[in-house]
Design a binder for this molecule. Structure first.
Ligand code: HPA
Length: 246
């Protein structure tokens, strides 16, 4: 069976329903991943879980060792990744607590180690990134959502900012003009690194708040946490259905 990993973001530092846990600290040529890989059974199928920001949640988006995370998963034999990420909603459909399955990405982050093809460890390759999220994997997420009746937005462009601060109104206006539907801080280089190692990758974007300037007033952590709480409940149902269909 294809080995699946789930990378959890803000609001998802552990996977309830994951049985027979084993914790593996994996060392990679790029250093240590964000946390131990938790391997277990989720609905009778083997799943590896990684807390992207560490457990407890402490690693800022630009400090995450994305290469170690993806390399470590590859070392464990993982062939498919579902990444869960909290985002801000930019376009009208992307309202708080809602879920989107992005199909495109724009990268505004900087200074992150973003490739395995820079230090001679692997021969330089220019991987195709026309569709940054594996289309077949996205389709399976959409099918799972339909089966359990979770309303999701089936496409969208994910804009990745540097963080950890949230954006200014002007930054969000520019991102909207660029075609971004949601804004997050961790989608890149994660998606590209998975592609470089030939791991299928799709994302569940959970909308935590209206992006800057898209609602009255400022964005509060309390608002983010409340929406993530709602959105993550649907995410757990979606993941369960996705794994059942696998
Ligand atoms: N911007 C960037 N990342 C985020 C946001 C946001 O508004 N909300 C949750 N993650």
């Amino acid at each position: 069976m294809t080995k699946l990993a789930i990378i959890g973001g803000t609001g998802l530092t552990q996977l309830s329903n994951l049985n027979s846990l084993s914790h593996k600290q994996v060392e990679t040529p790029y250093g240590m991943p964000s946390a131990a890989f938790v391997t277990g059974e989720f609905n009778g199928k083997e799943v590896v879980f990684l807390a992207r920001h560490g457990n407890p949640h402490s690693i800022a988006p630009h400090k995450i060792n994305y290469r170690a995370n993806i390399w470590g998963l590859k070392q464990l034999g993982v062939e498919q990744i579902i990444a869960v990420a909290a985002v801000g909603g930019i376009t009208t459909a992307m309202q708080p607590a809602h879920i989107a399955i992005p199909d495109q990405v724009l990268d505004y982050s900087y200074g992150r180690e973003h490739t395995f093809f820079a230090d001679g460890k692997l021969p330089l390759t220019h991987v195709d990134f026309t569709w940054p999220y594996t289309p077949a994997l996205r389709q399976r997420l959409l099918a799972a959502a339909a089966q359990v009746g979770i309303s999701i937005t089936p496409t969208g462009t994910y804009g990745c900012t540097q963080g950890p601060r949230l954006e200014s109104i002007a930054e969000i206006k520019r991102m909207e003009q660029d075609g971004c539907d949601v804004v997050g801080m961790t989608g890149m280089p994660e998606a590209a690194l998975a592609r470089e190692l030939g791991i299928e990758y799709a994302a569940i974007a959970v909308i935590a708040n209206w992006a800057a300037g898209k609602s009255d007033g400022e964005i509060t952590m309390a608002e983010i946490e409340a929406n993530l709480h709602l959105g993550m409940a649907n995410t757990a149902t979606l993941l369960k259905a996705f794994i059942e269909l696998a």
